[in-house]
Write a protein that binds this ligand. Structure first.
Ligand code: GLA
Length: 367
């Protein structure tokens, strides 16, 4: 179904929002720490109009799925929960929201760890803001989007993905302090571009392991007598923690330091080293990598022009990101993908997401 059929004409309002690729500061947001994502060029679009039958109707072209429920009912689990969560939380802030018809589509690879859920939430909230004229700013939008994910999709995430979707650009990093929500744009090192390749491995175990890591970090903070791992100043005390808290805390504390170094305006070579260190720390200390992410990150590092590479996002599948000298980005991406597919078992197929393949370029408008 297309939007015109769904609305019986043009929608009353629309908006879009990107996903995110995190460059440094992974699993630091729920430890009140620092991170450095960029927005994806791919985005999710949401269009909406008032419904005239007293029901909510949500349609996703990407999933070819239609859900309907009464104004005082609730959406079944699935993409509708993210949209409903945004609507209910806007209502909870005193905004009157009528029953709506909501149409969404995305060219973000769902399941590749680039946070298509945050993109859906932020695009929904932007479209609601356009329709209803409320004046929540982009940080408040990110906070509502995070609540929607936690309370309605039951994913106990931090704030990074929603902050990035709401405030980041595709070509500039967004420094975020998860405790204060201070944020600012920071340029990529001169002469560099990003490569992002999906491993093609769906994120198994991601949910349960994510919650386990969160609790381990809380336990580490408790043992260290700090509010959150962001407050750790005594690295010897971290080394004295029992396992696995010692290694979990060591990752978080070291990744916070990497972000703080990276925003000082370091060159691409040093930035690439920090990305490699981040990967090894996620692999060995935080234990959220899988062999496919390790193989792909190494295949990227082996290419001419690549300065550093790492898994990005929560882990257990998803994508790798590399920093590359701009003139080598296209050829390095193609060569790394070929090496990865050759070395992977079971005929796994990866996919280059950035640089956006030329045949997909027309579909990637960013509003
Ligand atoms: C997921 C969560 C984020 C963040 C990352 C790991 O993407 O949604 O809040 O914790 O994992 O850095």
């Amino acid at each position: 179904m297309n939007a015109e059929l769904f609305f019986g004409g043009a929608p009353e309002a629309s908006a879009s929002a990107p996903g995110r690729v995190n460059l440094l500061g992974e699993h630091t947001d729920y430890n009140d720490g620092y991170m450095l994502p960029v927005a994806t060029p791919q985005c999710t679009q949401v269009a909406l109009s008032r419904s005239n039958d007293g029901h909510f109707h949500f349609y996703s072209t990407t999933l070819d799925s239609h859900v309907t429920f009464a104004h005082d009912g609730s959406a079944p689990a699935g993409f509708g929960s993210y949209i409903e969560g945004c609507i209910r939380l806007v209502q909870a802030r005193g905004v009157e929201v009528p029953p709506l018809r909501v149409f969404c589509q995305t060219n973000l690879a769902v399941g590749s760890g680039l946070s298509s859920s945050a993109a859906l939430e932020v695009a929904t909230l932007r479209a609601l803001r356009n329709l209803l004229g409320f004046d929540f700013d982009d940080v408040v939008l990110a906070q509502i989007a995070q609540r929607a994910e936690i309370e309605f999709a039951h994913v106990h995430c931090g704030i990074m993905d929603q902050m990035a979707s709401s405030l980041a650009d595709p070509d500039t990093m967004l420094f975020i302090d998860a405790r204060t929500l201070e944020h600012r744009l920071v340029p990529l090192p001169a002469g560099t571009s990003l490569i992002v390749i999906d491993t093609g491995v769906a994120r198994k175990l991601a949910g349960s392991k994510y919650n386990e890591r969160r609790s381990e970090c809380q336990e580490a903070a408790r043992l260290l007598g700090v509010k959150a791992l962001r407050d750790v100043t005594d690295l010897d005390a971290v080394e004295a923690l029992p396992e696995p808290m010692r290694r979990r805390a060591r990752h978080v504390v070291s990744d916070d330091l990497r972000v703080l170094e990276a925003i000082e305006g370091i060159d691409g070579v040093r930035f690439g080293e920090l990305m490699n260190q981040c990967h090894f720390s996620l692999r060995d200390d935080y234990e959220v990598s899988i062999p496919e992410l390790d193989v792909l990150a190494q295949a990227l590092r082996d290419q001419e022009g690549v300065l550093g590479a790492r898994m990005t996002g929560a882990g257990f599948g998803g994508a790798c990101v590399a920093l590359c000298r701009t003139e080598f980005a296209d050829q390095a991406a193609t060569a790394a993908l070929a090496v990865y597919e050759q070395q992977s078992q079971d005929g796994i197929k990866g996919r280059i997401l950035i640089p956006v393949p030329s045949e997909e370029k027309g579909n990637h408008e960013y509003h």
